[in-house]
Design a protein around this ligand. Structure first.
Ligand SMILES: *[C@@H]1O[C@H](CO)[C@@H](O)[C@H](O)[C@H]1NC(C)=O
Ligand SMILES: *[C@@H]1O[C@H](CO)[C@@H](O)[C@H](O)[C@H]1NC(C)=O
Ligand SMILES: *[C@@H]1O[C@H](CO)[C@@H](O)[C@H](O)[C@H]1NC(C)=O
Ligand SMILES: *[C@@H]1O[C@H](CO)[C@@H](O)[C@H](O)[C@H]1NC(C)=O
Length: 498
């Protein structure tokens, strides 16, 4: 035996095979069949019938994904029961979800904790197709006056993600913490939960929809618990330019240096679409479709342990911007309110130039060169630096290049889906006080275009040579200064009831 060799090397050569370094993931954008809005609760049988309609559709997607060797599939928030409920009407759609520590395969022992038909079906789907299945249901937990926070109807209702492994075992249960408008019938958990689980293809963490805007639990899963992939069921209403599902999710994967498997509902009449399989270097697959009412199964290969390329851990976001000494701040500035935040915008009046605009301590710098300055399109450089106060309070630092909706500067930052202006180059940077900055680029038609930009280690978001093939809607550095969030992320249960 040579030096350095151990007996194990000789005896168990089979153990020397390399661990998995790639896996195949699937997400399903689902056209939810929603129950009619009622003020009186339906029977549990009727609720189950509704949810089984959605489960039938989802089961097809699960089978298809498994056939293509996907090891995990994510389905959207509200994907089985829909929305528009109050505390009475949600009741028949709920199911008690036990702590995964009980080690339960509902497909084998469906009655172990009382009737659980939804968990049974999901578990069987996972087991029969040998694939991890992620779904969103509503958990119900009874409580009484021994718990001072127990709601007056004696129940907690949680927006709950469940994960069944490829043998059908319940391996994760996550309660959404940052609830959104329309979820007044639900309860957040008392504290944010940090739910992770290990698989042969990496460590997974999970959260839901609006959670993506906050530090806890989303960022903690990545920078403290070191997950490789985030599972992200969502029901995300798109707000152009900065808050589209595909924009935020691709930027979050890049900014945090993790894979994100994001599954959204599909409902064009209420503006919900946008799912994707995102890696830190670029989106692998995504779907955004406001034209037709069709669901979509996305499948792609991912690294088990993705390498961060433009994340908070490798980029110094203000390095370049802080080095700029001789900038002259904008004089002709238009203020525009976008989603309750008052942005400042300056027009890019020439075909090329350098522009700077500041808001408090945040200065945004842009060097740009358009192929041609069109008369019918106006682009602007914008900045916002402040506490956002709608749907929770969170501190934003944003530098953004946008196409304005019309040539009137008061429309900069309003939703616009198409553009014709081509850029030869752009370079955007800002003097951020945070290292959590999410780079977001959207092109005409609301497309992601990873090939037209890159992030440098000095914090510049710059164009790549292929930029002039796509016209830009927005290029944004979306910064979150979490330490300044000051207030609790969501009103506590007792505050809610007051
Ligand atoms: C109240 O809830 C607690 C904890 O769930 C339980 O142990 C207790 O038996 C309940 N009391 C009544 C009167 O139901
Ligand atoms: C979209 O959502 C609306 C509002 O809840 C609902 O009435 C409609 O049936 C949904 N559309 C589809 C195609 O499911
Ligand atoms: C923009 O600034 C750079 C130096 O940072 C300078 O080389 C260039 O000429 C400027 N461009 C214009 C159009 O002013
Ligand atoms: C731009 O829009 C604002 C607000 O609608 C309006 O008051 C203003 O007159 C418009 N300016 C021009 C030049 O049309």
């Amino acid at each position: 035996m040579r030096k350095g060799e151990t007996t194990e090397d000789k005896v168990f050569p089979v153990c020397k095979t390399r661990a998995l370094d790639k896996y195949i993931a699937a997400v399903y954008e689902h056209v939810v069949v929603v129950p009619d809005v009622t003020l009186t609760p339906v029977t549990p049988a009727e609720a189950l019938r509704m949810m089984n309609i959605n489960l039938d559709i989802i089961e097809k997607a699960v089978k298809e994904a498994a056939k293509k060797n996907a090891q995990i599939i994510v389905t959207p928030e509200d994907g089985l029961h829909g929305w528009d409920f109050n505390r009475e009407t949600i009741a028949p759609y709920t199911e008690d979800v036990p702590d995964p520590q009980v080690n339960w395969i509902p497909c084998k022992y469906p009655q172990r904790f009382g009737p659980a038909p939804i968990q049974e079906r999901l578990s069987c789907m996972a087991k029969d197709n040998t694939i991890y299945v992620v779904a969103n249901i509503v958990d119900r937990k009874t409580c009484n006056s021994s718990d001072p926070q127990c709601p007056s109807d004696g129940r907690y209702y949680y927006n709950t993600n469940v994960v069944f492994d490829s043998k059908g075992k319940l391996v994760a249960r996550y309660y959404k913490y940052n609830l959104y408008t329309g979820e007044e019938h639900l309860n957040p958990p008392k504290e944010p939960e940090h739910i992770t689980f290990d698989t042969p293809f990496g460590k997974f963490g999970i959260f839901t929809c609006w959670d993506v805007m906050f530090y806890d639990p989303a960022v903690i899963l990545v920078n403290t618990l070191k997950v490789d992939t985030i599972l992200y069921p969502t029901a995300w209403l798109n707000f152009l330019p900065h808050l589209t599902a595909i924009g935020i999710n691709s930027a979050w994967a890049m900014g945090m240096g993790v894979n994100v498997l994001s599954s959204n509902i599909h409902n064009t009449s209420i503006g919900i679409t946008g799912s994707g399989i995102y890696a830190p270097d670029k989106p692998r697959e995504y779907y955004y479709n406001m034209e037709t009412d069709e669901g979509k199964l996305l499948i792609s290969e991912l690294d088990v342990h993705p390498q961060p390329s433009a994340s908070y851990s490798v980029v110094d976001w203000k390095l370049y911007a802080s080095s700029i000494k001789d900038f002259s701040p904008a004089t002709d500035v238009t203020s525009v309110v976008i989603y309750s935040d008052e942005f400042l915008f300056m027009e890019l009046a020439e075909a090329e130039g350098n522009a700077s605009i500041c808001h408090g301590d945040l200065c945004c710098h842009l060097t740009y060169h358009m192929v041609e300055k069109r008369k019918d399109e106006v682009y602007a450089l914008g900045v916002f630096n402040g506490l956002h106060v709608a749907e929770g309070q969170f501190y934003l630092q944003i530098c953004t290049l946008v196409k304005c909706k019309t040539t009137n500067m008061t429309t900069c930052g309003r939703p616009v889906e198409t553009s014709s202006t081509l850029f030869k180059e752009f370079s955007l940077s800002g003097t951020f006080d945070t290292n959590y900055v999410f780079p977001e680029v959207l092109c005409s038609g609301v497309h992601l275009a990873p090939e037209i930009f890159k992030v440098l280690k000095d914090g510049r978001l710059i164009s790549q040579s292929r930029v002039s093939s796509k016209s830009l809607l927005t290029a944004t550095l979306y910064g979150r200064w979490y330490e300044k969030d000051s207030v609790k992320q969501f009103p506590t249960l007792s505050q809610q009831q007051n």
